[in-house]
Design a protein around this ligand. Structure first.
Ligand SMILES: Nc1ncnc2c1ncn2[C@@H]1O[C@H](COP(=O)(O)OP(=O)(O)OP(=O)(O)O)[C@@H](O)[C@H]1O
Ligand SMILES: Cc1ncsc1CCO
Ligand SMILES: [Mg+2]
Length: 279
């Protein structure tokens, strides 16, 4: 298990490095929230590039240290783009972040996610239902925990229901897993961090989860998987807490939230409340 002070020091260092180096993390992401993802990546100190085509996904892997793959709105071309990009990242030893949005909606999502298993995402980020569904699809859960039910893109499970699935996924990938919810759970399969803060308003706008995935990829350009996962999650919770102190309805919250992502310092991000326990 990693000690809290050690985690916090690594988080502050990662935030400083992002701000100093303006790293690019390319994305293949959904058309609902693509603008939010890019703006959040810029606000935390990174830079963004969004593409759809297979050779462009491979080019983004070559051009940066991390990419973000989000399955939210699939097009036929993604049958090629998503596996080609994940394979390129895996083969190059570069980080990639997976958001298995809406796993269970149709057959292409399931097929693609089965295909991605050997490329072991550096960070998996999803809401509790998506994390349980992915661990189940990848045969990482005991038969009694495995689930097979259709889902939408919003969670129907609490974060604690996905603890075992998150730990199993992290042990399989050797990376980190973030389960988002009222309190976020982050694990590398050995240590579990619970990150507090944020706001109920984050679930009243679409894309807080998607854009968090893009921000995790920015952090993954500059830090190991677990540090990047805790840093991006703490940054999100801090900005959400601060935005909710100013804005009381969804549209103004979203604008203020992006401002607070931009304003947060490395020390403030590291000081966001967390608890640490053994996985
Ligand atoms: N009730 C809540 N209280 C505090 N923070 C929350 C709450 N609900 C969501 N969040 C925060 O919002 C962010 C996104 O989490 P959420 O679980 O809503 O993702 P999601 O369902 O995948 O979102 P989307 O698919 O719309 O992008 C996380 O940083 C999480 O901490
Ligand atoms: C609403 C929605 N539908 C497909 S992707 C997406 C964004 C949140 O996951
Ligand atoms: Mg989501």
């Amino acid at each position: 298990m990693i000690e809290k002070n050690q985690i916090k020091a690594a988080v502050a260092a990662a935030a400083h490095k992002v701000r100093e180096t303006n790293p690019m993390a390319g994305s293949i992401t959904n058309t609902v929230t693509i603008d939010f993802v890019a703006n959040a990546q810029l606000a935390v100190g990174g830079s963004a590039a969004m593409v759809y085509l297979p050779d462009e996904g491979e080019a983004l892997v070559a051009a940066g240290n991390a990419v973000y793959l989000n399955m939210g709105t699939l097009f036929p071309i993604y049958e090629q783009t998503i596996p080609a990009t994940a394979k390129a990242a895996h083969d190059a030893g570069k980080a990639w972040v997976l958001d298995p949005v809406g796993l269970g909606i149709g057959s292409l999502r399931t097929k693609l996610l089965e295909e991605l298993k050997p490329y072991k995402p550096t960070i998996v980020r999803g809401n509790a239902s998506e994390i349980i569904a992915l661990a189940s699809l990848w045969d990482l859960l005991g038969a009694e925990d495995a689930l097979d039910r259709p889902r939408g893109v919003d969670t129907t499970d609490g974060v604690d229901a996905a603890r075992e699935a998150a730990v199993a996924l992290a042990r399989y990938t050797g990376g980190a897993v973030v389960v988002s919810g009222e309190v976020d759970l982050v694990t590398d399969g050995t240590t579990v961090v619970r990150s507090h803060g944020g706001s109920e308003l984050m679930s009243k706008i679409t894309g807080c989860g998607c854009s968090q995935g893009g921000v995790l990829a920015v952090y993954a350009t500059c830090a190991d998987a677990f540090t990047a996962a805790v840093a991006g999650t703490s940054h999100y919770n801090l900005a959400g807490t601060r935005a909710a102190a100013v804005a009381t309805a969804p549209a103004s919250f979203k604008v203020t939230f992006i401002d607070e992502l931009y304003r947060a310092t490395g020390e403030e991000i590291a000081a966001n409340p967390m608890s640490v326990e053994e996985a």
